[in-house]
Write a protein that binds this ligand. Structure first.
Ligand code: NAP
Length: 259
């Protein structure tokens, strides 16, 4: 299917690895000009080169911490009026809420709620003016099915979800959509680092933690980031303009609800 977005511009945050990188690749395959970002230069340049080689797309890189105002300014200087915005940042640390300070909460809110809202604020009016905009927020399946050790994520991402639910209905008449993609367990560095932390806490090996978790996935496997990237590209497509304010879970069947 031709998604009808060739020549569009996209800002894909936190995209040198994992799910963000997969979204950048899937959009580049559609002929979108992509601005990619991360804090670390090496992995970002390696990812950008690989995507350029495979797709021939124009890829711009920005080294920036998206959770800071300065980092967002640099991203927007490189890509001031994107047609497509993919919001992403690292996930907060796991733990027990009794140990979290106000600063821990503010960091989680900054990364997983305020940062995407600030980037939406900076870009949405130009999307409205052009009568085309696609905003995808990478959140987490934890929004629908909380993970006990990830309270910072459960809370901050639920705040973003509530905000987006209201805004999405206000802008869709201008062909600007906002949807959230909710990853379950995908095979990325983040999955392996959370397994390593769980292993430390429980005395098991990371491999044992990962194998046990995989067994609880009805698909009996972890998600491939490429599957996530293609779902993102579909939501960013010209034909997806009637779909907004949705929370799409990609989790191999883990979420047990009927709806
Ligand atoms: P990942 O493989 O660890 O990749 C994270 C990417 O984000 C890297 O490119 C990293 O590069 C960049 N990044 C992190 N913090 C950043 C910041 N402050 N500013 C700019 N770039 C930043 O993680 P992932 O698995 O793709 O996860 C992406 C998001 O989905 C996270 O919020 C995660 O919590 C959520 N999620 C993932 C899963 C899963 O199973 N993978 C499940 C549920 C939710 P630098 O470190 O160089 O900046």
């Amino acid at each position: 299917m031709d998604l009808g977005i060739e020549g569009r511009t996209a800002l894909v945050c936190a995209s040198s690895k994992g799910l963000g990188r997969a979204c950048a690749l899937s959009l580049a395959r559609e002929g979108v000009r992509v601005t990619m970002s991360a804090r670390g230069a090496e992995a970002l340049e390696e990812a950008a080169d690989a995507i350029r080689r495979e797709t021939g797309a124009t890829i711009t890189t920005v080294i920036a911490d998206v959770t800071t105002a300065d980092g967002r300014d640099r991203l927007l200087a490189a890509c001031p009026t994107p047609d497509i915005l993919v919001n992403n940042a690292g996930g907060p640390k796991p733990g027990d809420f009794r140990e979290w300070s106000r600063e821990d909460w503010m960091n989680a809110l900054d990364a997983n709620m305020i940062t995407p809202i600030e980037l939406i604020k900076a870009t949405i009016d130009s999307m409205i003016a052009r009568r085309f905009g696609r905003i995808v927020n990478i959140t987490s399946a934890a929004v629908k099915m909380p993970i006990d050790t990830l309270g910072l994520s459960n809370g901050a991402r639920a705040g973003l979800t509530g905000f987006v639910a209201g805004l999405a209905r206000q802008v869709v008449a201008h062909n600007v959509t906002i949807n959230n993609l909710l990853p379950g367990p995908f095979d990325t560095d983040r999955l392996r680092s959370t397994a390593a932390m769980a292993a430390q806490a429980s005395g098991q090996t990371p491999e044992a933690i990962l194998a046990a978790r995989r067994e609880r996935v009805p698909a009996r496997r972890y998600g491939d980031p490429a599957e996530f990237g293609d779902a993102c590209a579909f939501l960013c497509g010209a034909r997806a303009g009637f779909m907004t304010g949705q929370n799409l879970v990609l989790d191999g069947g883990v979420y047990p609800g009927t709806l």
